[in-house]
Design a protein around this ligand. Structure first.
Ligand SMILES: [Zn+2]
Length: 345
């Protein structure tokens, strides 16, 4: 592409394209400005209060360091108003990128263990969701995820919150945090309960460990989509399985480089995934922390996969297809993508 540079016609097409995002974290979407405001409200926190200093603070040495920084930002979400503000502001950033629909990964355990009552937490995110839909035209849905590093007590609390309080926007159940030393199969009973209640299964797997973790997520946790699945590319049988069973991958290229899961964008296995026929979706994960946004990730994917405008539109429609929207919602957003693409041609 000759015009992928910011400000180029191709970048403008990507920016204007209506999009769905399937792998993006609630707290991890807090921009430096929002984090600075929260840090100023909670001056005992170790997080810098100055947006310029936050840029350095968000520069990661490795995955363990990323988790450490991420948890220090989690520590800033201390009351229901923090939750409501964060959620609505995240939706505002999405609206600016023409993201029309997002399944936001929310970790309620991080907030309830800090003393925010579950009911107040749910009320805050639901209030923000309704405001985002009415005022910004952004539809939010929730994926409640288990913070893997917090173990089985966190799994129990997360499934309890999901099933007892079932907020209207809740569609899926996930598992995040470190993978090394946190095997997926131990979470099977919690996923079984969530799935029995009608929630979709979308664990992270194969981000920092090998393809066996992805197999475990599929076989033990009933994964319907895989968060990252980066190492799937090391196992052709696994790629064939994911393609055959239409289990999409939520690919987050810049995140994978920032956490050193992949050495460079050029070495990202997104090409192998797509070539194997896997339904590939592109996502931003924790965008401000990784200095990216969804439009940038589409630009990266377009470059790595050699896509033109029609190819980018097809990628955007992959996310619609892989989403947990109802059929009417999918048809509507796909039609918007088609209309936007036709207007360019
Ligand atoms: Zn993630």
């Amino acid at each position: 592409m000759s015009d992928t540079a910011p400000g180029g016609a191709f970048a403008a097409f990507i920016a204007g394209l209506p999009k769905a995002e399937l792998h993006v974290h609630h707290v991890g979407s807090a921009s430096p400005r929002i984090v600075a405001e929260l840090a100023a409200r909670h001056p005992d926190s170790a997080v810098p209060h100055d947006p310029a200093a936050l840029v350095d603070y968000f520069s990661f040495r490795d995955f363990a360091h990323f988790i450490q920084v991420y948890l220090s930002v989690v520590d800033l979400i201390r009351d229901a108003e923090d939750v409501r503000l964060l959620t609505f502001e995240v939706a505002r950033d999405m609206a600016r990128q023409n993201i029309r629909y997002a399944e936001l990964t929310v970790t309620p355990y991080s907030s309830t263990r800090r003393g925010i009552p579950g009911e107040a937490f749910m009320e805050a995110i639901e209030d923000a969701r309704k405001s985002a839909e009415a005022e910004l035209g952004v539809t939010l849905r929730w994926c409640f995820d288990i913070p893997g590093e917090a173990g089985l007590a966190a799994a129990e609390e997360t499934v309890r919150l999901a099933l007892d309080l079932q907020p209207d926007g809740l569609v899926s159940f996930g598992l995040g945090g470190p993978e090394i030393g946190v095997p997926r199969p131990q979470f099977k009973p919690y996923f079984d309960r969530a799935r029995a209640a009608g929630l979709h299964s979308v664990p992270h797997a194969g981000e920092t460990t090998g393809p066996q973790t992805v197999w475990d997520a599929v076989r033990e946790l009933g994964a319907e989509r895989i968060g990252h699945g980066t190492s799937s590319a090391q196992d052709p049988r696994l790629l064939a399985y994911l393609a055959e069973h239409r289990i999409p991958l939520e690919v987050c290229p810049t995140s994978n480089v920032a956490t050193r899961a992949v050495a460079s964008l050029e070495e990202h296995p997104i090409r192998e995934m797509a070539a194997a026929g896997v339904l590939v979706t592109v996502n931003s994960d924790d965008p401000p922390m990784f200095g990216t946004d969804l439009n940038t990730e589409y630009g990266v994917a377009a470059r790595l996969l050699g896509l033109d405008a029609a190819g980018v539109a097809a990628l955007a429609k992959n996310a619609v297809e892989a989403s947990f929207m109802d059929a009417a919602g999918k048809a509507r957003l796909a039609a918007e993508i088609d209309a936007c693409t036709a207007a360019r041609a």
